[in-house]
Design a protein around this ligand. Structure first.
Ligand code: IFG
Length: 527
């Protein structure tokens, strides 16, 4: 099996060393046109006659809930660049592009799909609408990259012939956006959601509260946004009303992403403490904070009002969150004693359960009791002490499940190189090859954590140094594609194959108006 290409029988693990980095003697076979997709599909069988979309092509959809919506998304993706009408037509025609549900296709699971491209057309089959939506993202990538343009381009719009059968490896494939250090409006977040959908990301974790800003309205504590939402790192503030948050949740859901809101506790709370004097030990509210230090703030464990505050906030956020998960933070509580941390996190987890949700928290929560069914988000690095990793493994043995966000691989705010203007470097420098150089399935193998305890992967983007979509996109692309592939495909695919497929993705990102980082690790102009 030549290194670097996706096999015709699914992704056979190639024998790579612990790193997936390019080895000098690698001679990757050219990836097939049908396999030129990120994340890599499970099984790619090129062959048969290609299909060319024309002005006569119809998008034929099952008359079932959610299927027409996927057809409308596909039409919206293709109409501007092709200039074709591409009507979305309920009915059973067997030509054109068909989106069909098959409840018996159990092997495709909740999010998988089959794409069959022949001379007569493209047939997308899935058990659920989410699978059809993910199949549509693959179909986009099988068309020339000019299809992503928002103005009419010359064709032809040809899809390679063959069959793709594709099922995600992990159910949790996330991206986090920190809207506290710098606020991003609803429209700015929607733009990021559109980009995440192309790579089959299905979770948007919004880091809504921190020292520098409280970004979500809470009716019972209105000062949180009136005061706590009024500033940011070095600048103006902002916040989402509940209706705006609902609008984001709906927009993400239409693109098959669940929103997971984070209320960071007990640390990273200066914005809340500055908003309500009574939350502070001495009844004195601190100044609003617009710097970038961490670890200095803490809720007060021995004041009853603290727990009223937390329960009110969790109640109101739970009520506007359709998903079943709330993130309660738990990181960098450097100014909270272990005893106080345990007391606060226990109460917070009780509140989450009382309001009908389940917990996600940063892995520091494993220093105290993790609620049944709790999910732990690990953000350590290769330098993380063994006992810290062991503590996480112990929580897993007690039933917790893991979301992996290793900061020296998946943190999109890490500088690419020492001279890079944006981003931070506390976890090291992360070029795109390093962002690809890890395998979620074996990441905690040394601690004996079973592979099935890993729910998936998330790529956080912290915004201490970012405030525009252009800056966000420079940091997120192309490294988000590594996280997307680690979450959807096998984690032991060789760097060479990913590198090959990145080249075409670069052209797509450009066609999408995304100014990505032209990493020197990738031969972007390669034919
Ligand atoms: N660590 C902090 C973030 C942010 C980050 C920047 C976590 C969980 C460093 N906590 O990452 O608030 O400041 O890279």
């Amino acid at each position: 099996m030549a290194r670097g290409s996706t096999s015709v029988e699914g992704n056979q693990p190639v024998s790579v060393s612990r790193t997936n980095l390019r080895s000098p003697d690698s001679d990757p076979a050219p990836v097939s046109a049908l396999g030129n997709v990120v994340p890599a599909p499970s099984s790619v069988r090129p062959g048969g006659t290609p299909y060319t979309i024309t002005s006569a092509t119809a998008i034929r959809v099952d008359d079932a809930p959610g299927v027409r919506a996927v057809g409308d998304h596909l039409a919206a993706y293709l109409r501007p660049s092709t200039g074709y009408p591409l009507p979305v037509t309920p009915g059973s025609g067997a030509d054109g592009v068909q989106l069909r549900l098959d409840p018996a296709a159990g092997e495709l699971g909740d999010e998988g799909y089959r794409l069959e491209s022949t001379g007569d057309g493209v047939l997308l089959t899935a058990r659920e609408p989410a699978g059809l939506f993910h199949g549509v993202q693959t179909l986009r990538q099988l068309l020339p990259h000019a299809v992503e343009a928002d103005s009419e381009q010359p064709g032809p719009w040809t899809v390679p012939g063959g069959t793709i059968t594709d099922v995600p490896r992990y159910p949790y494939r996330g991206a986090m956006l920190d809207v506290s250090r710098h606020f991003f409006t609803v429209e700015q977040v929607k733009r990021y959601v559109d980009q995440l959908a192309l790579y089959k990301i299905n979770k948007l974790h919004l880091h809504l509260t921190d020292d520098q800003g409280w970004r979500i309205a809470v009716d019972s504590w209105p000062q949180l946004t009136a005061v706590g939402g009024s500033t940011s790192v070095g600048g103006t503030g902002g916040f989402y009303t509940k209706d705006q948050f609902r609008e984001l949740v709906e927009y993400a859901a239409e693109r098959h992403l669940d929103v997971i809101p984070e209320i960071d506790l007990p640390g990273h709370t200066n914005a809340a403490l500055a908003s309500y004097a009574e939350l502070n030990p001495d009844g004195q509210a601190p100044e609003l904070y617009t710097g970038t230090e961490v670890g200095f703030s803490s809720l007060c464990a021995d004041k009853p009002v603290t727990y009223e505050f937390m329960d009110d906030v969790i109640r109101e956020i739970a009520a506007i969150t359709p998903g079943d998960r709330l993130h309660i933070g738990g990181d960098e509580a450097d100014n909270t004693s272990a005893e106080d941390y345990a007391a606060i996190m226990a109460k917070a987890q009780e509140s989450v359960a009382r309001h009908g949700k389940e917990v996600v928290a940063w892995h520091q929560v494993t220093g105290t009791a993790v609620a049944d069914g709790g999910w732990v988000q690990y953000w350590g690095t290769d330098e993380t002490k063994k006992e810290e990793r062991e503590q996480v493994a112990a929580a897993v043995r007690a039933g917790a499940r893991l979301i992996l966000s290793p900061a020296d691989r998946a943190y999109l705010d890490m500088k690419y190189d020492g001279e890079f203007a944006l981003g931070l470097s506390w976890a090291g420098l992360v070029e795109v090859d390093r962002s690809y150089d890890w395998d979620p399935a074996t990441y905690f193998a040394e601690e004996g954590v079973p592979a099935e305890a890993v729910l998936g992967v998330e790529a956080p983007l912290w915004t201490e140094t970012l405030s525009t979509n252009a800056e966000l996109e420079l940091m997120a692309f192309p490294r988000l594609l590594s996280a997307a592939e680690k979450g959807w495909s096998r984690g032991d695919l060789p760097w060479e194959g990913f590198h090959e497929r990145l080249v075409d993705q670069g052209r797509r990102l450009t066609a999408l108006g995304i100014a990505y980082h032209p990493s020197p690790k990738v031969e972007w102009a390669a034919e």
